[in-house]
Design a protein around this ligand. Sequence first.
Ligand code: ADP
Ligand code: MG
Length: 395
Amino acid sequence: MRDIIAGELGGPTLFKDASKLSYDYVPERLPGREEEMAKLARAFRGLMQGGAGQHVLITGPVGTGKTALSKAFARDFRAVAKQQNVNIEYADVNCRRRSTEGAALLQILTHFDPRFPDRGFSNSEMLENLRKRLERLEAHLIVILDEADILLKKSGSDLIYNLTRFNEESSRAKYSVSIIMVSQVDARALLDEAAQSTFKRTNVIELPKYNAETLKPIIHDRVQLAFHQGVFREELEEMVADTADPYGDARYAIELLQKSGQLAEDAGREKVVPEDVRAAAAESHPFVTETKLRELDKHKALALLAISRVLKKSSAAFCTTGEAEERYALVCEEWGEKPRAHTQFWTFLKDLDSLGFIHTKRSGKGIIGTTTLISLPDIPAKVLEEKLLEILKAP
Ligand code: ADP
Ligand code: MG
């Protein structure tokens, strides 16, 4: 029977390995980021001699490889250190998902012990637990705080302050904690004074936007990894690079590869054709990317779906929060979810706003008192609805 199942699953596909196009895949090499990689290695060189923890900030616009660079660096640095008998551990924290000190600490501890209980420990207990582990392992820990600005805005500098303090307590530098802060904005501005002094100017790595030229080798590598030979012609790689050029965003380029490949496959073609790339570009949106939408938790996604539905039906550029909330209740019903309370709905709107999915503003006088108006930044409501439906899966 296995052959029957395998036969059904394993029909011909254009993809050799579609997972290489997934948003969380960290490639072996990062063309165009060699210098930045070297800079990181220099910054952390001291750890090899038992030096104290180092702190680095990586900034740059979306899709410039901040996340990929920090993860690839930690992964490879750990491997190189291991050959020299130095124990480097790294934990990466997505601060969009883990935006409080406690949630971030839990994530770090889970790296050491996947079954670490997710409640019942205070922050200071978790810090102590972490310190003991590092001491026992004689490990130098690198913590990647990805999208650190979100955590800093929400929860302040305590986490950073508390983690960097380890280095003062560690006797003879048997263990240490280093932090790589990753953020689109200069997150140092969000640190309080005590934490700010640890992030020195020399440790800032700024990633510039890509352009068609610099995107080409990135696209080429990914095509080799993800598609069977001959499926994605070189001419099309160039087309993808040109399409993504105005945004300088590698994530967008890779989404175009994935989408156009999928479109070709769905159409039963053996090769991707230019029309697939154009269709993929029409479907994709560089700012509200699928990967970002996937990071939303369910009720925020449902709230955003509600907003897109109200705006799709309306000829106005804005809807009111009241209209959005009413529709949100309907959407929840459709998905068999219990709508969250009014105050919670407001925090969804606030979060969606700060994440850039919606714009909110107070209405001027005239419209029924003052109310808050919601608009979508730069994506058609219909496109947003479709993307969300794909992610949320029809109920
Ligand atoms: P950011 O965190 O800056 O928004 P990411 O690190 O998520 O950007 O990069 C977006 C996508 O592009 C990811 O799939 C990543 O693997 C890929 N990418 C970015 N830069 C490179 C590069 N230099 N080489 C290969 N892939 C890259
Ligand atoms: Mg990122």
